[in-house]
Ligand binder design. Structure first.
Ligand SMILES: CC/C=C\C=C\CC(=O)SCCNC(=O)CCNC(=O)[C@H](O)C(C)(C)COP(=O)(O)OP(=O)(O)OC[C@H]1O[C@@H](n2cnc3c(N)ncnc32)[C@H](O)[C@@H]1OP(=O)(O)O
Length: 719
């Protein structure tokens, strides 16, 4: 709703009230329409101020309403009525003015912002465009290039940048509403014609066609199949080339296409999923809202390899004191130099001072005696990690939380080697740890809720999408990746090439296909794991039996490449070839193609034609199937957890919502039918055997994804 008051005798003050972000719900829109009319019809009111309660102007349209039949007054005429008013209307912007919130402000005649406010048109990140006149007014106000930048990226700008761009008229460090009221009084009675943005022509721009062509090309490249950024460019083009009314019509048409698209649904799902994972719960019943995190002022990182360095930077950038420990002097000095460089570059980018003094370097593990939390990031070796944990248990003050950054080892086993297993959790960072958004917080049966709450809160402070997951081999992300990679290997055996598989996955929207990604991360990583699992055998055997290991189909292709010293980019050869070791541009490698031919001949495999559809179904449905196993096992609390992990850490295209959302969109029955089909063709591949949860969900009528939680509970209680 919107509240109306008269202040300073002749200013009508309208306050948007819809916690937490004053979203423009039907009730708020109705409130604005009513109160604006009231202010305009009151002869004692000379000017109007619109503000939001609780220090936030407005977070935009109410995204929750998008999925339902929208009622209440529409935004466009509401904003138009404000712009057409014959009394000055001033927006008092505190906190955020985003999306429809900024569009409302652009309909006002003046905008006053608090210095800490953020403004933006983030609709593109929800699969939409600013369709309440924003795509038409902003270019008229700030020019085409700046508007294109803001609208196609959805980035939020500070009040200072907004002032510089001309979005706001004044910035204040004081009470914004008071400043806006004072301002409103000062402009009462002035002509409003020049203040109605929709009546302005777009500022002239030389060589408009070339500009739009260049931007469109850039946007198409980075969009990876997302349609909203392209529609945003088209809408701004309409602003630049058409009269306002026709531009609005084009805005409406483009929005109509986007609004009902699967992409908008997926992106809006991601928005809520990212918030839902913060409300974590464990199978024990422990939950986010009943578990109090411990304060963390001082942290330590043990082991300053690539991961440890990134973690140190991520911690220091949150303002924590960090003790960074590396036992070898040379490595410690190298790490210090690298960490300082990363901190300096990060600070420069963010326009702040680097937190160099926040990190203390030491060769001695005793230096961590008084820290609140330790993150161990030594080499992935259970014996080594166990030793470090035992040392930490002896050195640290009582109650220090012990976290392990492992991607594969058993967190429970590690915890059981310490006197206080309740203080142990996994913190699985992704490289580079100061850049990548994802953090899996891994709890074991003995991890205390407080330990989980503390790690989750620290993750949030570091700006990570933190997801609490149970302990199992590979946790959630890597566990699901295994069948995906295995299917890609099998496809090569059956006749595909790395180029074909990668192209199908990249067209789907992954930034890199499985083979280009494997070249980037290093083929030796998986080789080491497979060796540890006793799967690697000398490469001379041939025939089907050579490709069945531990009772299931196995492809030794990756092992054979490693035996050739082809570890990917770092050796200049992998699934592709590179100009030199370390170079990043992958080129097709004729050697690899003849190697595949020889391999198939040796194993009696006849290459067949494989299309993109089969690549997608085999790789993605195998991965999704593992996701259902994970849900059934209670390792992830809900599909949102899996989807946030995949979108934030594994390059799953956000406009497809994550693997479980994608399965829901494709239809669970279809996923089940295709898995059954492939399982019949490949009975020796257990990961193609449909999960029992998937079967049960289909049998119970394929409930929509937001009802899976209930369905899973019900299905479990029936077991
Ligand atoms: C014809 C025209 C038709 C449609 C036009 C659409 C234009 C639009 O306006 S689309 C919406 C554009 N706005 C946004 O994208 C802003 C989204 N919100 C945010 O970026 C942030 O929430 C924030 C406003 C910057 C506040 O951040 P923070 O303080 O970190 O809080 P959160 O945890 O993010 O949010 C708190 C709580 O509010 C819910 N919420 C936030 N924004 C909206 C919204 N626009 N609609 C509905 N609900 C919103 C958010 O989901 C959180 O609630 P949970 O229950 O935790 O999910």
């Amino acid at each position: 709703m919107a509240e109306y008051n008269r202040v300073s005798e002749c200013v009508g003050l309208i306050t948007l009230r819809n916690p937490p972000v004053n979203a423009l719900s039907a009730a708020v829109r109705q409130g604005i329409v009513d109160t604006v009319q009231r202010a305009l019809s009151d002869p004692n009111v000379k000017s109007v101020v619109i503000c939001g309660q609780n220090g936030i102007f407005c977070g935009g349209a109410d995204i929750k309403e998008f999925g339902s039949n929208m009622t209440g007054p529409p935004l466009i005429p509401m904003i138009h009525a404000i712009e057409s008013a014959n009394k000055p209307v001033v927006a008092a912007i505190e906190g955020s003015a985003l999306g429809g919130g900024l569009e409302l402000a652009l309909g006002c005649h003046y905008r006053i912002a608090h210095s800490k406010a953020r403004l933006g048109l983030p609709e593109v990140s929800l699969g939409l465009l600013p369709a309440a006149g924003g795509s038409q007014r902003l270019p008229r106000l700030i020019g085409v290039p700046a508007a294109l930048n803001l609208i196609t990226t959805g980035r939020h700008v500070t009040a200072a940048e907004a002032l510089q761009l001309g979005i706001v008229d004044q910035v204040t460090d004081h009470n914004t509403v008071d400043a806006a009221v004072k301002f409103a009084l000062s402009v009462a009675g002035r002509s409003l014609d020049p203040r109605r943005i929709s009546t302005h022509p777009c500022p002239q721009q030389p060589d408009l066609d070339a500009l739009f062509e260049e931007v469109m090309q850039k946007v198409r490249q980075s969009a990876r199949g997302a349609i909203a950024p392209i529609a945003c460019v088209q809408a701004v083009r309409a602003a630049a080339t058409l009269p306002y009314a026709q531009g609005m019509e084009r805005e409406r048409e483009l929005m109509a296409t986007l609004f009902t698209s699967g992409q908008a649904r997926a992106l809006q799902y991601c928005f809520f999923a990212e918030r839902a994972v913060g409300r974590w719960r464990m199978p024990s019943g422990a939950r986010w809202d009943t578990s109090k995190p411990r304060p963390v002022h001082k942290a330590a990182v043990i082991g300053l390899g690539t991961m440890g360095r990134g973690i140190t930077v991520a911690l220091a950038q949150t303002g924590l004191s960090v003790i960074a420990v590396e036992t070898q002097e040379k490595q410690l000095m190298e790490a210090k130099q690298a960490i300082s460089g990363m901190l300096e570059r990060g600070a420069k980018r963010r326009g702040v001072a680097p937190a160099l003094d926040g990190v203390i370097y030491s060769q001695n593990i005793q230096a961590v005696a008084d820290v609140d939390l330790v993150i161990e990031a030594v080499f992935e070796d259970i014996a080594l990690k166990t030793k470090v944990f035992q040392q930490l248990s002896a050195v640290c003050k009582p109650g220090t939380l012990l976290c392990t950054n492992t991607s594969a080892l058993d967190v429970d086993q590690l915890a059981s080697e310490t006197p206080n297993p309740e203080l142990v959790v996994g913190m699985h960072f992704f490289a580079p740890a100061h850049v990548m958004k994802l953090l899996e917080v891994v709890y074991g049966p003995r991890s205390s809720p407080q330990a989980v709450a503390t790690a989750m809160q620290l993750g949030k402070k570091m700006g990570k999408a933190s997801v609490a997951v149970g302990n199992c081999r590979g946790f959630v992300g890597n566990r699901m990746l295994k069948p995906y990679i295995e299917e890609a290997f099998f496809l090569l055996e059956e006749g595909a090439t790395p180029e074909l598989v990668d192209q199908a996955l990249e067209e789907f929207g992954f930034p890199m296909g499985v083979f280009r990604m494997s070249d980037l991360s290093g083929l030796d990583v998986g080789w080491r794991v497979r060796k540890g699992d006793g799967l690697v055998e000398p490469g001379t055997a041939s025939g089907r039996s050579a490709r069945i290991r531990q009772g299931r189909r196995y492809s030794p292709l990756g092992d054979l490449l490693c035996e050739e010293g082809r570890f990917g980019q770092k050796t200049g050869r992998g699934w592709y070839q590179y100009d030199k070791p370390g170079s990043r541009v992958a080129r097709s490698d004729p050697w690899l193609h003849s190697f595949l031919g020889a391999y198939r001949a040796q194993h009696g495999l006849v290459a067949r034609r494989i299309d993109h559809q089969e690549v997608l179904e085999r790789c993605l449905y195998a991965l999704i199937n593992e996701g259902f196993h994970i849900l059934d096992d209670g390792i992830a609390a809900g599909p949102e957890d899996i989807d946030v992990i995949y979108v934030s850490g594994y390059g799953w295209p956000r406009h497809r919502g994550g693997p479980m959302f994608y399965a829901n969109m494709v239809g669970l029955a279809k996923v089940l039918e295709r898995l059954e089909h492939y399982q019949q063709l490949h009975p020796e591949v257990p990961h193609l055997q449909p999960s029992s949860l998937l079967r049960r969900l289909v049998a119970s009528g394929s409930p929509p994804i937001h009802k899976w939680g209930e369905a899973i509970k019900k299905l479990h209680s029936q077991l």
